[in-house]
Design a protein around this ligand. Structure first.
Ligand code: C2E
Ligand code: MG
Ligand code: MG
Ligand code: MG
Length: 284
């Protein structure tokens, strides 16, 4: 999307908006202590099994409600949190909250996987694995219920530290998913080496599917190569029945997007019947 001119009003906080230096300072100050003041929340967006149409898992997406400005997009505040050194604390809050929610669902007989998004800064933490292990342990959650989404560009940062951390995530038993896949230039063989289990095709390709033979060729090739390497493929940003049909046809494993469900609170998911995936309901 094109950047908006100016960006000096208080009303617009859209993902691609330019946020000037002064606004960034204000936001980073407001972001400090946001978790403690109860301004952060996780919303969850279903990942749908393309065959059965059932919810296989959920992606946790962070929400910040500023007391005066209202909802600020993560596309705006995550980069600010990264720039001002706040992302580690916020990331810890996300890990804690996701594990707490998984445990709460387990008590209701609901077993799902939850995917969290990890920032490059978190991947550079020497003790990221320990932080994850402790959060899982604190809430009695199995590592296989947690998926870590890492964007393609971050996964491809060819540093020894990143590679080691990704290996250790695999050893911990947490699944790895490459987010926004297709926007970088990764080698699938390298991803295989990193013990990645899942690729998420970037919504840009999904958006163009119906109109662009090129987009269809790319997505189809990615699905086939991924399957040849034993990886699952998720499509993000599915908005129309046409896109769904094309992706099902191509053999895409999981679908995610507004066509199925928007990200919503745990409570709203339950009310919408989107958590109806207990073993009993599965056999019906
Ligand atoms: P992402 O991980 O690629 O998440 C997908 C984004 O697409 C989400 O935006 C989601 O609400 C949106 N989306 C889902 N379905 C559709 C659809 O059908 N159409 C369209 N147009 N959009 C759809 P959101 O929640 O604004 O998050 C934006 C980005 O912020 C995320 O991209 C992720 O990179 C980052 N983010 C969100 N939560 C966290 C977090 O807890 N930690 C970190 N490090 N980053 C986060
Ligand atoms: Mg993601
Ligand atoms: Mg994504
Ligand atoms: Mg994306």
């Amino acid at each position: 999307a094109a950047k908006r001119a100016g960006g000096s009003t208080y009303t617009v906080f859209e993902p691609q908006m330019h946020v000037d230096a002064r606004r960034q300072m204000e936001l980073q100050q407001a972001l400090r202590g946001a978790a403690e003041r109860g301004e952060l929340a996780l919303h969850y967006q279903p990942k749908i099994d393309s065959q059965s149409g059932r919810t296989l898992g959920l992606e946790a997406l962070l929400r910040w409600t500023h007391p005066q400005l209202g909802a600020v997009s993560p596309g705006v505040f995550i980069p600010i949190a990264e720039r001002f050194g706040l992302i580690i604390a916020i990331g810890d809050w996300v890990i804690e909250q996701a594990c707490r929610q998984l445990a709460a669902w387990a008590r209701e007989g609901i077993t799902l996987c939850v995917a969290i998004n990890l920032s490059a800064h978190q991947l550079r933490l020497p003790d990221l694995i320990e932080r994850l292990r402790q959060a899982l342990q604190r809430h009695g959650v199995a590592a296989r219920q947690l998926i870590c989404e890492i964007t393609e560009t971050v996964a491809m940062e060819d540093t020894e530290a990143t590679e080691r951390t990704l290996q250790q995530l695999g050893e911990l038993g947490v699944e790895l998913s490459i987010d926004d896949f297709g926007t970088g230039y990764s080698s699938l063989a390298y991803l295989r080496k990193l013990r990645v289990q899942q690729l998420k095709i970037d919504h840009g390709f999904v958006r163009d599917l119906a109109d662009s033979a090129d987009a269809r060729a790319v997505v189809s090739a990615v699905v086939q190569l991924a399957h040849a390497l034993g990886l699952r493929v998720v499509a993000e940003g599915v908005e129309t029945p046409e896109q769904r049909a094309i992706l099902v046809d191509m053999g895409c494993d999981e679908l995610q997007g507004f066509y199925f469900a928007k990200p919503m609170s745990a409570q709203a998911l339950a009310s919408a019947g989107l958590l109806d995936c207990s073993p009993e309901s599965r056999n019906q």
